[in-house]
Design a protein around this ligand. Structure first.
Ligand SMILES: Nc1nc2c(ncn2[C@@H]2O[C@H](COP(=O)(O)OP(=O)(O)OP(=O)(O)O)[C@@H](O)[C@H]2O)c(=O)[nH]1
Ligand SMILES: [Mg+2]
Length: 390
């Protein structure tokens, strides 16, 4: 027989629990709208109080939707029948007398597709390459890209050239992400292979520095963009920020033909920068858009850098029209610029990758095809009006 354990002579002191630690942390989850999702983690001890947060605020648990549970040292949160409101950053805080620990994860809800996307590039490339302008007066359709500094204007042109050439177009026109000033300073015409399309790249728009006399004015003047739309600015013109082109400038094209004019204005905005865009810059963009409207020039918005705002889209570009984040950014562009949603195209440019990507190409091709149709409508309308007057 073994010895019986001796009973302690004093009553037991309540032992302090170990300081909480996460043995395994919550993992990011992607879930289809309407389906359920469970977040779970494991702690080193079950002697804790667990509190859940969503986007930094206490989670308001809804009966039949959220279920929190603890089994020993395992903690979980189940969300049933997910909707777009359930997307967010979830955190679990574990606390006891010895301390606390926490971990977080993102829940991304794949919405039902709210816009359909083409998945094959060849038919779109073929149509664009064989495009015929039904106005003999116009040799090429001209697109002007404007927008804030670093929005991705030059990269968008590089991307379209890459798609048409079938190989990477060296991105020598694009700026480093860190530069705060416009990298493009000239009015530059860029052709796309042998297609009847030409792009005009301009200096970025910047906030006015007038209030601060020590600072030099920077960025293109909005009057110069309107001059460019009207066809008064020659190729390779070097913009002077505080001095828009005037009629007495030797380079001024005083009698532009329809061929010299811009046929579609593309406003370029970076998805990850739209929230921080200065009101001053927005105002300049609105002034330019109003100028274009007065001239009857069609306008679209290309929202670049979508990979910077949505992980799901970064991982798989075909999910772009299922992303809540992308939709929110488009809505923000729509409200800030006063443009309808169906004129906004979310895009990703080639910037660090060296391989061609058909998903990226398809998004850009759809947006560009829309720009081509709008520009074509414009030149057809102008020539009809002219014929009616004659
Ligand atoms: N991640 C990511 N980066 C991008 C994308 N498009 C452009 N960039 C990067 O953003 C930075 C600015 O792009 P640019 O094309 O030079 O912008 P810009 O509008 O021409 O700028 P300025 O000429 O200086 O006014 C560069 O570092 C690009 O590589 C994109 O879709 N995704
Ligand atoms: Mg540029």
């Amino acid at each position: 027989m073994g010895s019986t354990p001796s009973t302690p002579s004093t009553s037991p002191t309540p032992s302090t629990p170990p300081k909480p630690e996460c043995v395994s942390v919550l993992a990011d989850k992607q879930v289809k709208e309407g389906q359920g999702v469970t977040l779970q983690c494991e702690a080193n001890t079950g002697e804790v109080t667990a509190k859940w947060e969503k986007n930094g605020h206490r989670l308001e648990c809804v009966e039949g939707k959220h279920t929190r549970s603890q089994s020993g040292t395992a903690f979980s949160l189940t969300i049933k029948n997910t909707a777009k409101e359930d997307e967010g950053n979830y955190t679990i805080n574990l606390q006891n007398d010895s301390g606390s620990a926490s971990c977080s994860a993102m829940v991304i809800v794949e919405l039902n597709e709210w816009r359909t996307a083409q998945r094959t590039q060849d038919p779109m490339i073929k149509t664009l390459k064989n495009f015929d302008i039904s106005n003999s007066e116009v040799r090429e359709l001209r697109f002007l890209l404007h927008g804030p500094v670093g929005a991705g204007k030059s990269s968008t042109i590089n991307t379209i050239k890459t798609i048409f050439d079938g190989h990477q177009f060296i991105n020598c026109l694009a700026a480093s992400d860190l530069s705060g000033e416009s990298f493009t300073t000239k009015y530059q015409r860029l052709s796309v292979g042998s297609s009847p399309f030409a792009f005009y790249d301009v200096m970025g728009l910047e906030k006015d520095q007038k209030q601060d006399k020590r600072k030099q004015p920077k960025g293109v003047h909005s009057d110069d963009i309107i001059n460019a739309l009207k066809g008064h600015i020659p190729n390779d013109y070097e913009f002077i920020p505080e001095q828009p082109m005037s009629e007495d400038n030797v380079n001024y094209i005083s009698d532009p033909t329809l061929n010299d004019k811009i046929h579609c204005l593309v406003s370029v905005i970076a998805a990850d920068k739209v929230t921080l865009m200065e009101d001053d810059v927005i105002q300049k963009m609105k002034t330019i858009r109003a100028g274009a409207s007065k001239l009857g020039i069609p306008q679209l918005v290309f929202m670049t850098r979508v990979d910077k705002v949505c992980k799901m889209t970064q991982n798989d570009l075909t999910k772009i029209y299922q992303s809540k984040k992308i939709k929110e950014k488009m809505e923000e562009c729509s409200i800030r610029l006063g443009v309808p949603m169906n004129c906004i195209f979310p895009l990703k440019n080639y910037h660090e990758e060296t391989n061609m990507n058909e998903k990226l190409n398809c998004l850009m091709l759809e947006a560009f095809t829309q720009a081509v149709h709008s520009a074509h409508e414009y030149v057809k309308n102008v020539s009809h009006k002219k014929k009616n007057v004659e």
